[in-house]
Write a protein that binds this ligand. Structure first.
Ligand code: HEM
Length: 369
């Protein structure tokens, strides 16, 4: 299904459920078992509240500030490198930032390995073997790592800040008043770490946009008020990332002459809805200014799902994603200069997530005067 009306239908809880929707191979890689994605009704709402409590404005600002500091540090290293593969570097940068933000200790020698694990869960989940097998192994390792951490927190041997994801998830109680089991708690903490690292995909697309549309770079560099928000929204609308979400028909119904038999799987096309002509004028043109007139409808712009964040399965990390893209775009436009050498910037739409084939390479990186 595609388009805003279809999206509004898709998020009607009386029509669709999420239980048992993700195929086994995706649970063994991208999602994990027992996480919020597969819950319905009250159990979903209660678990979702836990995620939403981590995303208040002060927490989002903290992540923004921590990440901005890291851009300053990483750029020093990049200035000594012949060639910087932005996608790889940003995955690492975001791993270090989100672990600190979430109260997950990460010693320097572990950074490379943990980055690889968090990245493999979203970058190789849908790949053909053996990359897919590496993605499964990465999840098992990450669940062991984070499962141990949950136990350390509960035993009082590790005391992350009370507002951090590590603490909130370790101490969260379900509707019966019980702590989450070790495995489910690990899956949920990974549900914060993994997708935050995955914002690297949007950041690479933001860098592509700066390259292809120099007018945007100028506006960001000049600090035009409000432009970084418009730019980040257009990056999320224009480029492909998460192509579709799935649900199962709760019970038989008909809609616009289509039969929806109970138990059937339905996919909602996110990318198509973000390019739907009913809402978007010239959808295949990159025009950040279009967001000045966007009506804020929760079903016509759905790069991270639609509907209500508290009630539906809409992504709780939208504000974090926006801020991380804005930090990156501002930094690349204002604080550094670099060259973009000859490379294959065509987007590989056949992989998940879609990415430019070169992963965006830059060179001659220097801090701006
Ligand atoms: C990298 C950019 C991101 C994209 C493209 C993205 C996309 C999505 C999509 C499409 C959904 C499913 C919506 C649905 O099923 O209706 C989702 C759900 C979710 N996202 Fe994100 N997301 C991103 C970043 C984040 C971040 C930064 C976090 C955490 C801090 C996060 C945590 C989650 C969680 C926990 C869910 C499940 C929500 C639920 O089932 O109620 N995501 N995301």
């Amino acid at each position: 299904m595609t388009g805003p009306e279809a999206a509004a239908l898709f998020y009607d809880e009386d029509r669709f459920v999420r239980r048992g929707v993700a195929p086994g191979w995706l649970k063994k890689t991208l999602f994990g078992k027992g996480g919020v994605q597969g819950l319905d009704g009250e159990a979903h709402r209660h678990r979702k509240q836990m995620f939403m409590s981590l995303m208040g404005p002060e927490r989002v600002e903290r992540l923004r500030a921590m990440t901005a500091e890291r851009w300053q540090v990483y750029v020093q290293t990049w200035s000594g490198m012949d060639r910087v593969v932005l996608y790889d570097e940003v995955n690492e940068l975001l791993t270090t930032a989100v672990c600190e933000w979430a109260g997950v200790p990460l010693a320097e020698p572990e950074v490379g390995r943990r980055t690889e694990e968090l990245m493999a869960m979203f970058d190789r989940a849908a790949a053909l073997s053996p990359a897919h097998l590496w993605s499964r192994l990465a999840r098992r390792r990450a669940e062991r790592w984070i499962g141990n951490l949950i136990e350390e927190v509960r035993a009082g041997r590790l005391k992350p800040p009370e507002e951090s994801a590590a603490w909130v998830i370790a101490m969260h109680r379900d509707l019966k008043g019980d702590l989450l089991d070790r495995h489910t708690a690990a899956v949920e903490l990974i549900n914060v770490l993994r997708p935050t690292v995955a914002v690297s995909v949007f950041i690479v697309f933001a860098a592509m946009a700066l390259h292809h549309y120099p007018r945007c770079r100028e506006k960001l560099a000049a600090g035009e008020p409000g432009f970084s928000d418009l730019f980040a929204q257009e990056v999320r609308r224009f480029y492909p990332f998460f192509p579709a979400v799935m649900a199962r028909v709760r019970q038989d119904f008909e809609w616009k002459g289509y039969r929806f038999p109970e138990g059937w799987l339905v996919a909602l096309d996110l990318y198509g809805t973000n390019h739907d002509l009913q809402t978007w004028d010239a959808p295949d043109e990159f025009r950040p200014e279009r967001f000045r007139h966007w009506d804020g409808n929760p079903f016509n712009f759905i790069p991270q799902g639609g509907g209500d964040h508290y009630v539906n399965h809409r992504c709780p990390g939208e504000w974090n994603a926006m801020e991380l893209v804005k930090v990156a775009a501002g930094f690349l436009a204002k604080s550094v200069t670099y060259d973009v050498p000859e490379q294959d910037l065509s987007i590989d739409y056949a992989r998940l997530p879609a990415l430019p084939r070169s992963r965006f390479v830059i060179c001659n990186v220097k801090e701006s005067e």
